[in-house]
Design a protein around this ligand. Structure first.
Ligand code: 0O2
Length: 240
């Protein structure tokens, strides 16, 4: 009998994007220390959520011989993006304002193979009694006009620090590999200042988003047909 001692080996790919030194903008000088502490707390919240997801993935991969999660990425929002978002929303630029108003300072992105895995992971997370769901945006059933698809959740998790328990908000984005590929390219293009033929590119990206959605649907249907014939997919995509 073979026992997989490292059911979660695929998630070795996961990483937390936290810079070791954070460049603090001048406007934040007065509260640099508190800011650093807040970022540490958000990083801990990310770790809590990642552990929950890794546990779910381990359990399901042993039970179903299939990993629902391909990869987990995470990041704490960069100080300049925090300031930009607060200013764009006409909110005060302060630590308190950030903690009260921004739900995506801590972000976890979960990349799944199939669309049904997305809903299964979201459901399992929602059912955990220490997870509070603050908001859900289903951009898969209701894609954005530009074609963006992903399942977004704002959740609140308790984090136990030395002196107190603090509820921290984390944005969890769950999407398929294909949706992630599309969103990465879209994101990259958004940050390019001068794009020639921007309108045509947007139209083509929209077309790609629809093709990708169709492919995701087909892949799921194929998997279900294979499973329906009693053949279990033996860790698809695993490099053996
Ligand atoms: P980053 O660098 O990923 O953190 P907002 O648009 O942020 O003011 P809201 O309600 O927070 O308002 O936005 P929403 O719709 O919940 O989406 C927030 C995040 O989803 C974005 O974060 C992106 O990560 C992702 N997202 C949403 N729409 C798109 C899209 O059209 N294309 C791509 N590639 N990603 C999208 P940030 O803060 O924009 O950026």
């Amino acid at each position: 009998m073979e026992i997989n001692s490292s059911a979660n080996s695929d998630l070795d790919l996961s990483f937390v994007s936290v810079p070791s030194t954070v460049a603090v903008p001048d406007s934040m000088n007065g509260w640099a220390h508190q800011f650093q502490e807040a970022m540490m707390k958000y990083t801990c919240a990310i770790r809590e959520v990642k552990t929950k997801l890794e546990v779910l993935n381990d359990e399901l991969s042993v039970r179903n011989q299939r990993n629902p999660i391909e990869m987990i990425k995470s990041r704490v929002k960069k100080p300049m993006s925090i300031i930009e978002k607060l200013q764009r929303r006409g909110l005060p630029v302060s630590l308190q304002s950030m903690m009260e108003n921004l739900d995506d300072v801590a972000g976890v992105r979960v990349i799944c193979s199939f669309v049904d895995d997305i809903y299964a992971v979201a459901d399992m997370l929602t059912r955990q009694d220490d997870v509070g769901v603050v908001m859900v945006k289903d951009y898969i059933r209701h894609p954005k006009d530009n074609g963006y698809r992903s399942y977004h959740m704002i959740i609140e998790v308790p984090v136990f620090f030395s002196e107190q328990k603090q509820y921290m908000r984390v944005e969890v984005q769950i999407r398929t590999i294909a949706m992630d590929f599309w969103a990465s390219l879209d994101h990259e293009l958004k940050y390019k200042k001068e794009i020639p033929n921007a309108e045509e590119i947007s139209r083509e990206l929209r077309e790609c988003a629809d093709i990708i959605a169709g492919t995701d649907e087909k892949m799921l249907a194929i998997r279900r047909r294979i499973e329906g014939q009693g053949t279990r997919m033996d860790r698809p995509g695993e490099w053996r």
